[in-house]
Design a protein around this ligand. Structure first.
Ligand SMILES: *[C@@H]1O[C@H](CO)[C@@H](O)[C@H](O)[C@H]1NC(C)=O
Length: 336
């Protein structure tokens, strides 16, 4: 009897190991991963640990699902370099809280979704560079400029990474400072004239290739969404000012997001200043209740981790609870 149990356990273990090997090989194929023999073992362990955590999560959590993506074999340290909202910079907000509440020109709709708006550029990928802040700076400028002129325009994140000495290039920054920089510079260049290279090109300022002839949009004014944290203020601003950058805390769970409305009890934070990644709120809505999950209000959030991550580059985050501090850092910008 004991012998039989041992045989069965061994068979199960072998089958699991085989499955692990198949999953690992498929993952490498799917995401074009080529590791040096030295790296292979470490990456495989990261991947398998992630896989177990995801299987457990998906069994227990009905609100949102995890899935494999290009981050599945990264270590925690490596993932941190994908962020870039800078702590030292974020504490001093350039503009005071005392800004007027936006005037509603229409009733608030039940939902807004700018993802498919003709002025929304395809989702981009910041790569291994802490430049999230530059992408968050650009999205509302692209959108608002196009909505005003009727012509789609893709703008340059690289310009801020290379030229904005008030921010830290690949080491992080903040969108309010970047808008101030753009205002002082006389505009932001088109990405067709200043493409994103995803890498550090040195200390900001030393490799700047600014050309005023290729400017694609100009900043008229900008401000924080106030009061905060206040979901209604954000919804109102989304309607009147278009997409809104915000800052969030990023827990390990978010990297594996695949679908559903993201929430993590550990991301309800005591400190409003606890943010490390810039994203863009591009809409909101409420899910339909199911047998297992009640109707859930959510934000539609745009990330800069490429279109292969999450829901084609976007994710839903629980609305109304200041999840990961997202309702504390929304800001708007108006174009000339
Ligand atoms: C976009 O443009 C339309 C038409 O001018 C306007 O009604 C709408 O308020 C604008 N949207 C935003 C978010 O600025």
């Amino acid at each position: 009897m004991k012998f039989l149990t041992a045989i069965i356990l061994l068979t199960v273990a072998v089958a699991m190991a085989d499955k692990d090997e198949d999953d690992w090989n498929f993952f490498k194929f799917q995401f074009g991963k080529k590791h040096s023999p030295k790296e292979e073992g470490k990456r495989r362990l990261n991947f398998l640990a992630r896989k177990r955590a995801m299987e457990k999560h998906n069994k227990e959590n009905k609100e949102w699902q995890m899935g494999e993506n290009k981050f599945s074999d990264l270590s925690e340290d490596e993932k941190v370099s994908l962020l870039g909202a800078k702590p030292t910079i974020r504490r001093e907000r350039l503009i005071s809280r005392e800004v007027a509440y936006p005037v509603l020109d229409r009733a608030l709709p039940a939902s807004i979704d700018y993802r498919t708006h003709k002025c929304m550029q395809p989702v981009k990928d910041q790569g291994q560079c802490g430049s999230c802040w530059s992408f968050a700076t650009i999205v509302p400028l692209e959108f608002n400029s196009c909505n005003k002129t009727g012509t789609a325009v893709a703008l340059s994140e690289q310009m801020m990474v290379d030229c904005d000495t008030g921010n830290g290039g690949c080491n992080g920054g903040m969108y309010d400072r970047a808008w101030q920089f753009i205002q002082a510079k006389g505009g932001v260049m088109k990405s067709s004239s200043y493409a994103y290279t995803s890498g550090t090109t040195g200390t900001p300022g030393t490799s700047c290739k600014f050309a005023s002839t290729a400017v694609g949009a100009k900043v008229a004014s900008f401000g924080w969404v106030t009061p905060y944290p206040d979901p209604t203020a954000i919804m109102t601003n989304l309607q009147s000012n278009g997409p809104l950058p915000s800052g969030i805390k990023v827990l390990n769970s978010l990297y594996s997001y695949a679908s559903g409305v993201y929430s993590d009890p550990a991301c309800i934070l005591a400190d409003e200043n606890d943010i490390e990644h810039a994203v863009v709120i591009v809409g909101y809505g409420t899910t339909t209740a199911t047998a297992t999950v009640p109707a859930t209000p959510y934000w539609i959030v745009r990330n800069s981790w490429g279109s292969g991550w999450g829901l084609s580059g976007y994710f839903f985050m629980k609305r109304g609870v200041n999840m990961c501090n997202i309702e504390s850092w929304a800001a708007f910008v108006k174009v000339v």
